[in-house]
Design a protein around this ligand. Sequence first.
Ligand code: BGC
Length: 336
Amino acid sequence: MKKIWIIIMVLLLSACEPVITSIPVFIYDMNDAYMTEFEAKIRANALGHFNVTRIDGQNSQIIQNEQIDNYLNEDYPVLIINPVDRLSVYAMIEKAKQIDAHLIFFNREPLAEDMALYDKLFYIGADAAESAELQASLVMDLFGNDPETLNQFDKNGDKIIQTVILKGEQGHQDAEARTKVVIESLKEAGYTLEVLDIIIANWDRNTAYGLTQSFMEMYQEDLELIISNNDAMALGAIDKLKEMKVFLDVNQDGSIDRDNEPWLPIVGIDGIAASLESIKQGYLYGTIVNDSDNMAKSIIELTDWILQDKDLADFPYPITDDKYVWIHYQKLSLEE
Ligand code: BGC
């Protein structure tokens, strides 16, 4: 008899628990090199906590809106969202409000006014200005850390750094801030920079590859540095520069000796696996790690805390303005 009562109690208790099938993770575009690695880290961190379902927005806000609509119901208390268009989150927030769901945005930051619409919204990301300041400091290392006497990489000895900037997607908070702040930071540190061109390559390796030949034909003589808003575009440029023999592994030992073999300075941001390889082989000078390890960890941790209804005052990562978790960037080159 006792046994039956225990079984009935267990059944009743489990009936009260909400059944969470899987937490949806919406990625703006699974063709994006950085987001592909990021998504894998989210999945790896979720193991042992809860299941996640990846949903690819295919770089279309219309597609992503439909996908999100399918999950905005009582079965899903938390939605993890990398929006396609960070300016188009208003409608999803209003719908989430009606069913009391939490939205965790990441990597593509909604406007502050949208974030203020509801108290169950979070953003996990990194401060783009910080990445640009660190990227500027990589450039300073490269040119010898003294604006008065630039080293041999100032090819024409005019004490001015002639550069081309590869820019990410227009309107993305990271592309805008990285482009502006890297220029400002170098100027503030006393360096003179001549921006020969800003080429928009939409964060994408193939696009950058396709655009490199034409800007090289225009500026190759003068060009002393390529500053890329991310690693994927830097790698695309490197692919083309290898073909053009601007980078040449003369002795074919698998790496570039920057003092003795043809090379053009180029810096990126992200720290994706392929760029670390490129740094080791001497092609990419350096990058700024856009710490998706810690972002993925904190996304999963935050989801867990929400699901368990734990007090966010004790959350292990600092939460600014009750909504923002900021993860720092780190500098990475062979010199570090
Ligand atoms: C990364 C880019 C990526 C973009 C996607 C940025 O933070 O640096 O590589 O394409 O996010 O939104």
